[in-house]
Design a protein around this ligand. Structure first.
Ligand code: ADP
Length: 495
């Protein structure tokens, strides 16, 4: 049974309210499983799809398909690989509206945000298509008389790729496009919450002309599939985006075959507002960073660290903006915030808010569940003032529309609080003082820092974290290099 067999008819199928029934995509074919998994629309809790669970057997089959395909794909000229990637980029952009509908349907973010994600996701395919032609080694001087040395960059091999639900398209393209550009083949396991976007990408990859087995997308039991991807000697690398707990587990599992891992894990982003900052701009930046995708991004502002002199002004500016944000079904044109991914997430963020309230923080606005009012897993956009470092809301990645203010006086204490977390992914600093820019950006331990900028990611820049936020970088030339082996060759005695 074919799956998203015609992405260009998804709009009609959505109008029909027909249930999607989907298989996995292995070796260029749609493959059924022994069981199925249901997919839900978080805006109303309704079942929208039944997805084949191909489990361990499917993973073994997909690894075999990718291993066989690698033998030919690695030899395809980078110029040809580039053309196929360009075609994939074109098809993704042509299917933008339908992919956005799938994203909103299975993940909940607003249709506007979903459109943005497709464009962002495609930009990695375009960048990688261009970069494919520029993966090259260097010539080297050596101490050996008459010799010549050089390096070449070759594809790592079969890559297992495990992705989360918050960016169902972009988290896949950000890993796959550079890997495919380098000459690797892929076995992709999307999140069980969002398989439809991934399978649509597989169908578009097939149409773009990737040979059978180069791109495989398998759905089903995560530990079973993860077990195969991390233990098979045929898989040379595992790329993962998700929770730190699962990342650590996969790293442990991958140790048995000394597999390369690229991990993009959790964050606890400080958003620092210094007393010389433009407070209106800082408030706009916080809204953009904190409430995008209802706060469900790993780079979302998690702790608003503010100098006391400007804290009241910032609270007022934020309260005014937050009171205008409208939660609702992502397909409604006036919705600003979609639902959280499921009811478990609503309960989790509510517990964080209630713990802060009990520990003495002030709930300036929001602070309540909206699930019964709106009929899906919604939570009110919330502002907390008077947060302290010991509160659960400060120590955990919130992954919800909760902004919490921490008033801190000195630069030294600001750096200390910012670094008081095992995470080190994204951070934001608002200041107009160039000395503070340097001292703060060099003092805090984060992989990406936005100065007076609430969003930092782009296809051309390195995305990734320090400490327990991960290993490796996605994007730019670094994102492609991750998927290559650096080989050194020495030719002796040419004189
Ligand atoms: P979240 O809690 O946000 O869903 P997870 O880290 O649990 O984050 O999930 C991210 C991805 O990791 C998903 O594709 C999920 O299915 C997958 N995953 C979860 N547990 C495992 C596991 N034990 N082995 C392999 N993959 C896993």
């Amino acid at each position: 049974m074919s799956v998203i067999d015609r992405p260009d008819t998804i709009a009609e199928r959505l109008d029909d309210k027909a249930l999607f029934r989907t298989d996995s995509f292995i070796g260029g074919e749609w493959v059924a499983g022994d069981a199925t998994t249901e997919v839900f629309n978080p805006a109303n809790g309704q079942v929208i799809a039944e997805v084949a669970d191909v489990g361990e057997a499917g993973a073994i089959k997909a690894v075999a398909a990718a291993t066989a395909a690698f033998e030919t794909w690695k030899k395809v000229s980078p110029f040809e690989r580039s053309k196929i990637l360009m075609k994939w980029n074109q098809l993704i952009l042509e299917a933008q509206s339908d992919l956005a509908k799938l994203i909103t349907l299975e993940m909940g973010k607003t249709y506007r945000e979903a459109h943005g994600e497709v464009v962002y996701g495609a930009s990695f395919v375009e960048w990688s298509a261009e970069e494919a032609k520029r993966i090259h080694g260097e010539t080297l001087d050596t101490p050996f008389p008459g010799s010549r040395g050089w390096t070449i960059r070759q594809p790592v091999g079969v890559v297992g790729c495990i992705t989360p639900w918050n960016f169902p398209v972009a988290m896949i393209t950000r890993k796959c496009a550079p890997a495919l550009a380098a000459g690797c083949t892929m076995v992709i396991k999307p999140a069980p919450e969002t398989p439809l976007s991934a399978l649509a990408l597989a169908e578009l990859a097939k149409r773009a002309g990737f040979p059978d087995g180069v791109v495989n997308v398998i759905c089903g039991d995560a530990p079973a599939i993860g077990g195969v991807l991390t233990s098979s000697p045929d898989v040379r690398m595992v790329g993962f985006t998700g929770s730190t707990a699962v990342g650590k587990l996969l790293m442990k599992q991958a140790a048995s075959t000394v597999k390369r891992v690229a991990l993009e894990l959790g964050g606890n982003a400080p958003f620092i507002v210094m007393d010389d900052a433009d407070i209106e701009k800082a408030a706009d930046g916080i809204i953009a960073s904190k409430f995008r995708v209802s706060g469900q991004t790993c780079v979302s502002a998690n702790r608003l660290i503010v100098q006391p002199k400007v804290a009241d002004q910032l609270v007022a500016a934020l309260e005014a903006r937050i009171s205008k944000l409208k939660p609702g079904d992502g397909f409604a044109s006036d919705s600003d915030l979609g639902p959280l991914i499921h009811m478990g997430a609503v309960e989790r963020v509510d517990a964080l808010v209630q713990q802060a309230r009990e520990a003495g923080a002030k709930i300036v606005t929001g602070g309540k569940r909206l699930d019964s009012e709106l009929g899906g897993s919604f939570y009110a956009p919330t502002l907390i003032d008077g947060g302290t470092a010991a509160m659960d809301v400060a120590c955990n990645e919130i992954f919800g529309p909760i902004a919490s203010i921490y008033r801190v006086e000195t630069e030294e204490d600001i750096i200390k609080l910012a670094n008081d977390t095992p995470y080190g992914l994204a951070a934001y600093i608002y200041t107009r003082d160039v000395g503070r820019v340097h001292r703060l950006s060099e003092g805090i331990e984060y992989g990406m820092i936005g100065i007076n900028a609430p969003m930092v990611g782009a296809a051309s820049t390195p995305f990734g974290g320090m400490k327990e936020s991960g290993i490796g970088r996605e994007g730019g030339k670094w994102g492609v290099e991750e998927f290559t082996e650096l080989k050194y060759v020495l030719l002796g005695g040419v004189d």
